[in-house]
Ligand binder design. Sequence first.
Ligand code: GLU
Ligand code: MG
Length: 428
Amino acid sequence: MEPTQVPAWLDEHGIDWIKTEGISLDGPIIGKHIGRRKFVSALPLGNAITELVFGYDLGGTPYLAWWDDWRLAALGDIHQRPDLSTLVVAPDRPRTANVICDTVSTDGTPLPVCPRSTLRRVVDRVAEHGFTSKAAFEIEGMVFNDSIADARTRGYRGLSPMGHPAPLGYLQLNSREQLVFVDEVLTRLDGLGIPVEGWHDEAAPGQFEFNLDPADPITAADRVIRVKQVLREVAADQGRIVTFMAKVNDEYGNGLHVHHSIARDGEPVFHIPDGGEFSETARHWIGGIVASMHAAVSVLCPTINSYRRMVGFAAAPTLASWAEDNKSAALRVLPRSAKGARIEHRVAGGDANPYLAFSAIIAAGLDGVERQLVPAPPLEGSAYDADGQRMPTTLAEAVDLLDRSAFARAAFGDRVVDHYVNSGRHEV
Ligand code: GLU
Ligand code: MG
């Protein structure tokens, strides 16, 4: 949609308010509710918002790690430039529409703090090499039957999971119990035009998983942040809590498994036909992702808590490894069907930013193709019993590896990397 077409669209749908959805580094949506007149007059640059939205961590502690020469003066405004292709009628509030925004400077240039712009740059570069890419995310989260106010007063101890309090997965009795929550989520997602392939009860008490349809990477990541927001909103509306924290308690953690496929000239690169073997391109792509895994871990596992999930026998990877259809490996490669040939990257925690996670994954694959990297032989058996390259086990270590990574600096530029490294060190 062009800016000139917006007033007619707002008329047609009876919209008075627009909820802006900007992408923070940590994942939660940031924005304002903008009245229709202001929304239209601010196009195409979008409404102003304070830089401070990128100036504190999840706990609310201010830090100015992101200050850079693109912004010399302290505490001014930046802009939320609406991506009008994402304008949608809100399913949960009358006369309201939602729109996803890129974070840009006052002259319209995307800022290094904007994860969505980072992903777009990487996807464009992959396309310049003749590849199309698709992404599909699996969202794991946990829902508890406690109100956030009650939980706070109890220091988040002794919460009641929605479902049987044992580590059993795929139990339809648990799904049944979660239906009052999930049905409302599905209704709102349908209203937002977000297709869900399926959902199920996952293995930790109160845990669920939503599988989203494959889509182009930006759309797929946009859907992740909208789905998480809807899950949070429905939980809040119902007096419940939902969390995507990577490791909530001693049970299984929350992952964000990222599937991707690439194609060249319409041919699926990861597909092995009967009796065949991996193409050179597939090998290099896998080689690149494995080689850069250490540098990517702080992006995939962005909090101190993320590293508590990465322990043996918890279905989360511990070695920088790959194998065909092996869920203990970091990369689970599924090459046998032309239609479904893909790589499942299993490292990211539920707390990862989907835009940055996907950027780190495909930039590494492309790097492997450019430098013709070859992966070590695939993992055999369980990674939890094997020797191999262990992944960093703390955020501090992972951030140092990112800081020193020539690959990351070439792929994302110093400003994006420095910003991320600084925010990670602040978190530590
Ligand atoms: N919850 C596990 C994780 O933290 C993944 C379980 C699964 O294989 O889906 O990654
Ligand atoms: Mg799962």
